[in-house]
Ligand binder design. Structure first.
Ligand code: ZN
Length: 207
């Protein structure tokens, strides 16, 4: 996307060559893991597991190499200059540290500057970025930065509220604990009352 883009972390949010996953290699790797944990990959219940995981990874990592900016280029001109909020977008991703799921909801807001985008495109943007190995903090920032850059919005704000299996089924084992991240850009960062309006529309106390 050239120099000076707003994504901050460069290639992680950007366009890389779309190759798809190598399902044969995934199957071999899963077989290796099953043997390494002392299982018998030939027993009935595990026979189809490498193939199923390869197929599943193809879906769960389908966002690798896709260009999220392409979703925002189909926006249209519109005079509306008030806040647009898409609440409770279901979110499921895999944390890149453990490849375990984290899941929850994303709330996305922006204030247009003459250009808006279809609501479904925002949900699709969240999904595309979630279908990559992720960390919640980066995912939150990427969504906000892409809205700013793609729509040249006056402001963008994102809150993600998620539960991480790497916290609830291993390690510190704190079931029910949730991780909340937020990113504020443009007028949401500059103007506390804009941010407060967003949070009150989400039903959250202004922080
Ligand atoms: Zn993790």
């Amino acid at each position: 996307m050239g120099k000076g883009n707003a994504r901050g972390d460069g290639a992680a949010a950007g366009k890389v060559a779309r190759r798809g996953v190598d399902k044969d290699a995934i199957q071999q790797a899963v077989l290796t893991i099953l043997r390494a944990i002392g299982e018998d990959p030939e027993r009935e219940g595990l026979l189809g597991t490498p193939r199923r995981i390869a197929k599943m990874y193809e879906e769960l990592f389908s966002g690798i190499g896709e260009d999220p900016m392409a979703l925002l280029t189909v926006g249209f001109e519109e005079k509306h200059k008030e806040m647009v909020i898409v609440k409770d977008i279901p979110l499921a991703s895999l944390c890149e540290h453990h490849l375990l799921p984290f899941h929850g909801v994303a709330h996305v807001a922006y204030i247009p500057n003459g250009r808006i985008v279809g609501i479904s495109k925002i949900a699709r943007l969240v999904e595309m970025l979630a279908h990559r190995p992720q960390v919640q903090e980066r995912l939150t920032s990427q969504i906000a930065d892409l809205l700013m850059e793609g729509l040249r919005a006056r402001g963008a704000a994102v809150v993600i509220d998620a539960e991480h299996f790497c916290m609830t089924m291993r390690g510190v084992k704190k079931p029910g604990s949730r991780v909340v991240t937020s990113a504020n850009r443009g007028i949401f960062r500059e103007n506390p009352s804009t941010r407060a309006e967003f949070l009150s529309l989400l039903g959250r106390p202004a922080g």
